[in-house]
Design a protein around this ligand. Structure first.
Ligand code: Q9C
Ligand code: ZN
Length: 383
């Protein structure tokens, strides 16, 4: 039997506390694409699929510990105080936006430490899309706490699933899934730098928390639980890659555009380092990638890398900016493609937490996200 309902963890704080007014796209000022209505339209769609989703706003407070395992303290201190310092220094109330970023060709000449907020805004941010507004830190903090709440429930649901499989009342073909509907997103945020609409790496914080639980043992080798990350956002998750680059657990895998943002990471040559060598798998795809090519590549990635890793949990960086009409991206995935992607992930047979990342075509955002989640549950998606 397929688990018939998926729990959705979310919070209105993610919608209300982070609302930058604008960004720049190819030099033009536009509205901020990573907008609060993204959450609203996804939620609205899920609520029309009445029996399939159970939405909860219950958020546990995991404190700073799990966040500090992934992000550096000086970076967290900066994020927390940046807006206030910015305003004190006469910065524009729209929020903190870097003007001078220490390009490596400049930084290698210098011995100066950033002393004011204008300088720090460049030191701690790698592009111009991660505006820090008055409550951005609170929103990002809350998104991480919501994701952790969902992660704790993943453990419970996976245990129940295991017992049901043993008892013969559930089948491995229908693993349970959960969804953290959060913003701001996380996969571009590295250990000490924000960018790409991302501040705290929600999914990385969740993965590290799972690995850190002393009582959770891997089925494969009795060590810490084994986590496989599937990053299906259109953009490469440079943040998640950096955070786990020297670790053999989690496994990081990503399908993304080779020709687009963040431009300087995401090649197949980036394979991890030290103990992490071989545990970072990038599969760059060309622009105009279609449903068939995408699903075929995803299935091969799953067969060749994810299943052999023997994961206990799957964490999905769920971006639907792969959609054909996404305003900032370039793949050709259609709304029919998303249930197929969800179905491919279901076939891994491992309990899965989906964490929201990108996706900017507001009109189809609910249908496309819903398509992946429903496909994972083995159901069709209705418009
Ligand atoms: N020409 C996420 O999807 N601006 N971040 C790119 C493209 C930043 C995307 C400009 C895009 C960040 C989570
Ligand atoms: Zn993206």
């Amino acid at each position: 039997m397929a688990p018939s309902r998926m729990k959705v963890f979310t919070s209105t704080l993610c919608t209300t506390m982070h609302t930058p007014a604008y960004e720049f796209l190819s030099g033009a000022e536009t509205h901020y694409y990573e907008s609060p209505d993204r959450r609203d339209v996804i939620l609205k769609y899920l609520e029309t699929q009445d029996d399939s989703f159970e939405v909860t706003e219950r958020t546990e407070d995991f404190g700073a510990g799990p966040i500090e395992r992934v992000h550096k303290q000086d970076f967290l201190d900066y994020l927390k105080t940046a807006y206030e310092e910015w305003i004190k220094e006469g910065g524009h109330p729209n929020g903190v936006l870097p003007g001078t970023i220490p390009h490596y060709k400049v930084a290698r000449l210098g011995k100066l430490k950033a002393s004011n907020c204008l300088a720090k805004s460049g030191e701690y941010c790698f592009d111009m899309s991660a505006v820090i507004t008055k409550d951005t830190f609170k929103a990002a903090w809350n998104a991480a706490q919501v994701t952790l709440t969902a992660t704790k429930d993943l453990v419970r649901v996976a245990d129940e699933f295991e017992q049901s499989v043993v008892a013969g009342t559930a089948s491995r073909d229908n693993p349970p899934g959960l969804y953290a509907l959060v913003r701001p997103p996380g996969h571009h945020a590295q250990s000490d730098i924000c960018g790409g609409y991302c501040y705290l790496n929600n999914l990385a914080i969740a993965a590290q928390w799972l690995i850190d639980q002393p009582d959770l043992k891997s089925k494969a080798d009795g060590g810490p639980k084994r986590i496989a990350i599937l990053d299906i956002d259109f953009h490469h998750g440079n943040g998640t890659q950096e955070i786990f680059y020297t670790a053999a657990n989690p496994l990081y895998t990503s399908l993304h555009s080779v020709e687009d943002y963040p431009y300087f990471t995401g090649s197949a040559l980036e394979k991890g380092e030290g103990e992490g060598l071989g545990f970072n798998i990038n599969i760059p795809l060309p622009h105009a990638t279609t449903n068939d090519d995408y699903v075929e590549t995803l299935d091969k990635l799953i067969q060749d890398h994810v299943i052999p890793f023997k994961p206990d949990y799957i964490l999905v960086s769920l971006g639907v900016d792969t959609y054909k009409d996404d305003p900032i991206a370039g793949f050709l995935i259609t709304s029919e493609g998303y249930p197929r992607i969800g179905n491919s992930i279901r076939k891994i047979g491992v309990p899965t937490l989906f964490v929201q990342e990108g996706g900017y075509c507001i009109e189809k955002l609910g249908l496309n996200v819903g398509g992946i989640l429903l496909g994972y549950m083995g159901k069709p998606a209705s418009a």
